[in-house]
Design a protein around this ligand. Structure first.
Ligand SMILES: Nc1ncnc2c1ncn2[C@@H]1O[C@H](COP(=O)(O)OP(=O)(O)O)[C@@H](O)[C@H]1O
Ligand SMILES: [Mg+2]
Length: 307
């Protein structure tokens, strides 16, 4: 979608990422789905371009697919040989750029993760300069696949995105600098909406009402902004009623009941002390039982909301 309006309002985070890339750090870009991690990654790699020789870009979201993509690009870059990948003899000795991927795709696909890593890791290790591996999504990585990635981390610089840092693979996260991609501020959303509306020639009855509605409903997530803009693009004219009906899940604010839980807890505990002070046994017992019940429930409540 940035082909319509370009990447707006991300200069700072892109510069941060470029700096980490130049320092040779492994980096994980975090932020919710659609917030712009992949776009920031791409922009940073383009900018850092002159400082990095070997880039391997992985777009698949599954580990197996990622390793197949890795093998393919390393073959094309002559970092790994057809022989090491145990491809048929007729491919041995052919330079990477001449190998027809269509012909060997099935064979590489059939290799398992172990075979792939066994070929890929020594090849990464002997590369003339340390390769950068840009991974579009590391979110679905499992603890089993983590072992393969840990080996890769030794011989390449990994720059990846994750919408969630799953606890099962936290050893990987420990090795990476985190760069957070945050929701876009209102001024940037305004800019995006304006250029999109102009580019697509959408007629809007009350632009200000429209913009503030998009700001509220999108929660600052570019993907949500575009979802709404695309919907609007289908209409001939956007009147005030249509704006009021616009909804996006990204902007839905869930009620945060933490303060209420805390107040309830304080009330129950004070009940017990008031009972003790005034000699009111019933109040004392009720307060004690209430506190015990509260502590048990609180454990489940917080577990439930993922604290
Ligand atoms: N700062 C931005 N300005 C304009 N468009 C953006 C911006 N950030 C992201 N986009 C667009 O929003 C969509 C989602 O971004 P993407 O990078 O794929 O998010 P993520 O990788 O975090 O899921 C894409 O269409 C992208 O082009
Ligand atoms: Mg992405």
């Amino acid at each position: 979608m940035d082909n319509i309006v370009g990447l707006i309002g991300r200069d700072e985070v892109v510069a941060d990422l470029v700096a980490e890339i130049r320092k040779g750090k492994h980096v994980v870009l975090t932020g919710s789905v659609g917030i712009g991690k992949s776009s920031v990654l791409k922009a940073a790699l383009d900018q850092a371009g002159s400082h990095v020789d070997l880039i391997i870009r992985l777009h698949d979201h599954q580990a197996k697919g990622q390793f197949v993509e890795m093998a393919r690009q390393m073959l094309e870059l002559d970092l790994v040989t057809a022989k090491e990948l145990e491809l048929p003899v007729k491919f041995h000795g052919i330079v990477g750029s001449q190998i027809d991927w269509g012909e060997i795709k099935g064979q590489v696909n059939r290799l398992n993760m172990r075979d792939l890593t066994q070929a890929v890791i020594p090849a990464l290790a002997r590369a003339p300069t340390k390769p950068i591996i840009a991974v579009d999504d590391l979110t679905t990585l499992t603890p089993t696949q983590m072992a393969f990635w840990l080996a890769i981390f030794e011989h390449a610089q990994i720059i990846g995105c994750a919408s969630e840092k799953k606890a099962g693979v936290k050893k990987l996260w420990w090795k990476m600098r985190e760069v957070q991609v945050k929701p876009l501020p209102a001024t940037v959303i305004r800019e995006i909406v304006k250029s999109y509306v102009t580019a697509k020639g959408i007629l809007i009855e009350s632009p200000e009402q429209y913009i503030s509605h998009v700001i509220k409903q999108s929660g600052g997530i570019p993907q949500a902004i575009y979802d709404m803009l695309d919907e609007s693009g289908k209409e001939r004219i956007i009147d005030k009623r249509k704006v009021r009906e616009m909804r996006h899940d990204a902007g839905v604010q869930y009620l945060d009941f933490t303060p209420m839980v805390m107040i309830l807890g304080a009330l129950i505990v004070s009940m017990r002390y008031i009972g003790m002070g005034t000699g009111d046994k019933t109040l004392y017992i009720m307060g004690g039982m209430g506190a015990a019940l509260f502590l048990t429930l609180r454990f489940f409540i917080f577990k439930g909301v993922g604290r």
